[in-house]
Design a protein around this ligand. Structure first.
Ligand code: ADP
Length: 486
């Protein structure tokens, strides 16, 4: 790994608990691999319920003192953390590309995006304002104060190894919570590097802990069942979200859940087709299609269907699949073998029911888990791609005729994370934006994420929002205080 940087100084082969680096575990070790080459990048301690409990105890012990510090002090520490992330952005990006596969330029983009949440919540920390309410009787005064929920457990996925952690930890720390974080076992090095920088920024021992390990269920159970943890914040699959929600039910534990999506991307016939193609490229093939807000179903109005398909296929042919470190790579490997199999299964199912492959369609021969960016035409309801998130570089093109028809199809899913559409007519824009049952809607854009906006889903895509002032609320309790006898 060190061949990609000038120094390996953001790496530790250890978890981080109560300000100490834990490199040994009775349960042994696990390896972190580079998906582009299969090489082993690091061997890390296999931590489990015991280490998780120790981390929770530490986070619980230090939380009152962390919350009691003036907001401005927490803000300054987060700001230092942000500054260090920016100063080390290239090294962080290299770590990310090595363990996750995305092209280096995209990895750098993720680091800056992740850092923007730390910056935002460093600022927001100072603006956790309460309320005063005009009282109903003359001898009373009524107010609301905001207080941190307490210890937070975070569980995050591999597709945005840095950003998903920053989006949770930054608001939590800003408002006075402490955190025990379990990164995805496939991409723990980015989390370790974040903790190295947090320590260097002066964030006190126990405030931010990292537990490493491949036994997600064991770590997850400890986080859910330990009463010292007051909230779980999870990003990942809907299936695991359901398990965590069940586990949290006994203690009515608070939850933020950012789960799967099945994003529709609609192109109306009055749209700027070239802009729609650009948007589809960004929304579909970024991160090799491995994002929860990726366009999963592309609906194109009948009279522009062929023209759109042709333009899209031409752009797709310009993509360059390869090692994320190689110059010019625009699409990296998929995360693992199972991801390839899922894309293959979705294509085989669609083709067996009448779809045709316009471009791509196969895995790339040789080492690594690479898949050709693919476009399918003639896709219809009843095919697996209509229902399931592919999480790979596959663009299935559905045909539609009317606004009503496409809204009905777009909403026909249990998911409700992101949706996109391209249109010109203002009336239609407003009508469709309101009618789509999604937490986020991109109109004439394929990229919507921003630290200044509330990111999150409705229906089975989750609970809560990350980013913006609303993202801080997820880590706060409100307390109504009524003073009488005045
Ligand atoms: P993905 O499809 O992105 O891998 P998962 O939901 O499987 O999504 O994984 C997201 C995170 O949840 C990872 O950190 C993984 O280790 C963790 N995880 C998986 N199963 C469980 C579980 N039963 N309890 C707690 N965490 C889990």
């Amino acid at each position: 790994l060190t061949r990609h940087f000038t120094s390996g100084d953001l790496l530790r082969d250890a978890g981080y608990v109560d300000g100490k680096w834990i490199s040994d575990s009775a349960a042994g070790t696990f390896d972190v691999l580079n998906p582009a080459t299969g090489e082993t990048l690091a061997t890390l301690p296999e931590m489990g319920a015991t280490e998780t409990k120790a981390a929770i105890d530490a986070a619980y012990r230090v939380q009152p003192a962390w919350a009691a510090r003036p907001a401005k002090e927490r803000s300054i520490l987060l700001r230092k953390w942000f500054d260090l992330m920016i100063a080390h952005a290239d090294e962080l990006a290299a770590i990310l590309t090595a363990e996750m596969g995305k092209p280096l330029a995209e990895a750098k983009g993720e680091i800056l995006y992740a850092a923007s949440y730390v910056e935002w919540y460093a600022e927001e920390a100072k603006r956790i304002n309460g309320e005063t309410i005009p009282a109903a009787s003359a001898d009373k005064r009524m107010m609301v104060i905001k207080q941190p929920v307490g210890v937070v457990g975070t569980i995050t996925p591999w597709n945005f190894p840095t950003a998903m952690i920053a989006r949770k930890v930054a608001p939590a720390l800003a408002v006075g919570c402490t955190v025990v974080s379990k990164p995805a076992e496939l991409t723990p090095l980015s989390a370790i590097a974040l903790a190295v920088l947090a320590e260097r920024a002066g964030i006190p021992a126990g405030v931010f802990n990292i537990v490493l390990g491949t036994d997600g269920p064991a770590i997850g159970k400890e986080l859910c069942y330990n009463p010292k943890v007051r909230k779980i914040s999870f990003t990942g699959s809907t299936e695991v979200g359901r398990i965590l929600m069940r586990q949290c039910a006994d203690q009515i534990k608070k939850m933020s859940l950012e789960l799967g999506g099945n994003a529709p991307f609609i192109v109306f016939d009055d749209a700027d087709l070239d802009a729609a193609v650009e948007g589809a490229m960004a929304s579909k093939y970024r991160n090799a299609g491995q994002t929860c807000v990726c366009a999963n179903r592309l609906y194109v109005q009948s009279n522009v269907y062929d023209a759109f398909a042709e333009k899209l296929a031409r752009k797709v042919a310009e993509l360059s699949v390869g090692d994320g470190f190689a110059k010019g790579t625009t699409v990296g490997p998929l995360i693992e073998e199972a991801a390839i199999e899922k894309v293959e299964a979705h294509i085989a199912d669609a083709v067996s029911k009448g779809a045709t492959v316009v471009s791509g369609g196969k895995r790339v021969a040789g080492k690594g888990t690479f898949f050709e960016p693919t476009v399918l035409k003639g896709v219809a309801r009843g095919m697996t791609v209509a229902r399931e998130e592919t999480f790979g570089p596959l663009a299935p093109l559905f045909r539609f005729d009317t606004v009503e028809d496409v809204i009905e199809q777009a909403n026909d899913t249990e998911f409700g994370l992101a949706a996109y559409f391209y249109a010109g007519d203002l009336k239609k824009v407003w009508k469709v934006a309101e009618a789509l049952e999604y937490g986020m809607v991109g109109v004439n854009t394929g990229l919507i994420s921003s630290e200044a906006a509330p990111f999150g889903g409705i229906k089975q895509s989750g609970l809560g929002r990350e980013g913006s002032a609303h993202g801080a609320e997820d880590y706060l309790e409100m307390k109504y205080v009524c003073i009488g006898d005045l």
